[in-house]
Design a protein around this ligand. Structure first.
Ligand code: NAD
Ligand code: MN
Length: 532
């Protein structure tokens, strides 16, 4: 879908039909924006950014503080919108979206300026000059989101982008587009209350070609969160305009459970890491590597928790631990990967198929697969569903080797009561983050950058790195002393080369003897040059 659609295609696909995946209820249609409409939105954003970029940090804090207030005030209705669109539980919407966003707003208000304020740095040799690093806004930042965390995916990149002085346009997933309007309304009310144009933050809907139009539209940066496949397309498209991109792609995160782990702690973490949001998380523990010595014990523990989980429609009023999956095609992938694993010898310890007797066909049983081995597709392909794949490992060396045997490198976790061992294993895992004796908690630490390596993408959101990623890091040299002497390189003189060579030797040679030699050389070269 990276090519702009033909006119006929555009007419057919002018709207997106929206459904509640948990009930199958048809919610309505939202527009799929065309290439030209997207470019017109970018132009509007660019205009709105002109005055916003000049606002002081105190003013931007005022806007974010108001947004935080509104987020809390409307948290219940926002969570309902999230659940209706994505099929996840209310508790997950509150815990996994509202809470981290509130924390991100608090952190940005408290610490954002510290990381974006101009800094004076050493001017090195040039003592008559002052050197400064400045963090200028880029302009318009385009954000392209997946469907798994509808509000978090939008606001996560928007908060730092806005605070850094940019306008933002967010293209949300076609699978969670119903919530776009209420989310945008909230943001626009916030902007209006503070006296700013609604064009400063725009949420747009459409399919892949709408996203591609944002990439090709001349925005100043793209933050793409989604699959590796589409990430590669975005990178290809962005090359044409040299638009910089941050890619937050998928994962196949390992969780290592050592023989000296606290097994209750590890089991609860593994269950969360496999089943929160029906496993539709980039940070899901897709491979749980358990040491032989505690293998059976660990399985008994995760089995016990999993078999007590209740699955139903999140807005049914019942107590629900796990909801529906969002995208029908993802259920097919999960089904296929589980079937393939079982056929090749994995043993089912829980679940294993679509859940029967639910209000829609979008439910998959929380599933535990043990004895997963390298020949199974599920070892290498992202499941993005409620499946815990357990792999038996003999020792540390094997655990690390298996953990790194993946095309991805988003996050990872290690469980061991020995802090030295935990750190030693963590050091060897090639990933954007590692959590020792917990899972995914780095996402709550806003001082930490978030992002991946290898097939999980590049660039960082969150933290100082994430804020600065929304800026043009600009270097400025200015006068410290009122010395205004021209550096006269042209026309050149004889012996310029020797003077510079002896000067460099004088500055950087090691030891007094060598420096003295250079000093003598410099004297000679200067004299020769003066006489030439
Ligand atoms: P996806 O790649 O199918 O879609 C993501 C977004 O890209 C959608 O809005 C889609 O419309 C748009 N898109 C599709 N083709 C495009 C193109 N050619 N140009 C521009 N935009 C295009 O991903 P998905 O299925 O919605 O999400 C699931 C994936 O996202 C998983 O792989 C998951 O691991 C990943 N993910 C990563 C993170 C992270 O932070 N690393 C977070 C959440 C999800
Ligand atoms: Mn939906």
């Amino acid at each position: 879908m990276s090519q702009p659609a033909t006119q006929l295609e555009q007419e057919v696909r002018a709207t997106i039909p929206c459904t509640d995946p948990a009930t199958g209820e048809r919610l309505g249609d939202v527009p799929a924006l065309t290439h030209d409409e997207v470019h017109e939105r970018i132009a509007r954003a660019r205009k709105a950014q002109v005055s916003w970029r000049l606002t002081p940090f105190a003013e931007r804090r005022r806007v974010l503080a108001h947004l935080l207030e509104m987020l809390l005030e409307h948290a219940d209705s926002l969570c309902e919108e999230i659940c209706r669109d994505a099929g996840k539980t209310l508790h997950n919407a509150m815990l996994g979206e509202i809470w981290p966003l509130a924390e991100k707003l608090r952190w940005t208000i408290a610490h954002g300026e510290t990381h974006l304020r101009s800094e004076t740095v050493s001017s090195g040799l040039l003592q008559h000059k002052r050197a400064r690093v400045e963090y200028h806004p880029l302009g318009v930042i385009g954000v392209i989101t997946p469907w798994n965390f509808p509000l978090q995916n939008i606001l996560g990149p928007t908060i730092p982008a806005l605070f850094a002085g940019n306008a933002v346009i967010i293209k949300v997933s076609e699978w969670t587009s119903w919530s776009a309007e209420p989310f945008e309304q909230l943001l626009h009310r916030c902007l209006a209350d503070c006296g700013y144009s609604a064009d400063l933050i725009q949420i747009i809907t459409g399919y892949g070609d709408t996203g591609a139009a944002l990439v090709s539209g001349g925005v100043d940066k793209i933050v793409f969160t989604g699959s590796m496949r589409n990430g590669k397309r975005v990178l290809e498209d962005s090359a044409k305009t040299l638009t910089p991109v941050i890619l937050e792609l998928g994962g196949k995160d390992p969780m290592i459970v050592c023989d000296d782990a606290d097994l209750d702690q590890a089991a609860h973490a593994a269950v969360s890491a496999a089943f929160i949001a029906s496993g539709q998380m980039c940070l899901a523990a897709e491979r749980v590597l358990v040491f032989d010595a505690v293998y059976d014990q660990f399985i008994a523990k995760v089995q016990d928790i999993t078999l007590r989980m209740r699955q139903d429609a999140p807005l049914s009023g019942k107590l629900v631990d796990i909801g529906a999956m969002t995208m029908p095609a993802q259920l097919e992938i999960v089904e296929e990967l589980v079937k393939d694993a079982v056929a090749k010898g994995a043993s089912l310890k829980a679940g294993g198929r679509r859940t029967k007797g639910k209000p829609s066909k979008h439910y998959f049983e929380p599933t535990i697969l043990a004895d997963v081995t390298d020949d199974m597709r599920i070892m290498h392909e992202e499941t993005f569903g409620p499946v815990m794949s357990i792999i038996r490992v003999e020792d540390e060396a094997q655990a690390v080797a298996v953990a790194n045997e993946t095309a991805y490198g988003l996050s990872s976790s290690v469980f061991s009561k020995d802090p030295v061992r935990g750190r030693r294993i963590a050091d060897q895992i090639v990933a954007g983050s590692t959590c020792i004796n917990d899972w995914a908690l780095m996402y709550m630490v806003q001082d930490l950058p978030f992002g991946g390596v290898k097939g999980s993408g590049f660039g960082r959101l969150n933290g100082r790195e994430g804020l600065r990623a929304c800026t043009n890091t600009k270097a400025v040299v200015e006068d410290r002393l009122p010395i205004h002497r021209a550096i006269q390189l042209f026309p050149g003189r004889h012996h310029d080369y020797d003077v510079t060579r002896e000067g460099v030797r004088l500055l950087y040679s090691k030891g007094l003897a060598k420096k003295f030699d250079a000093l003598v050389g410099l004297g000679k070269a200067l004299r020769k040059r003066a006489l030439s």
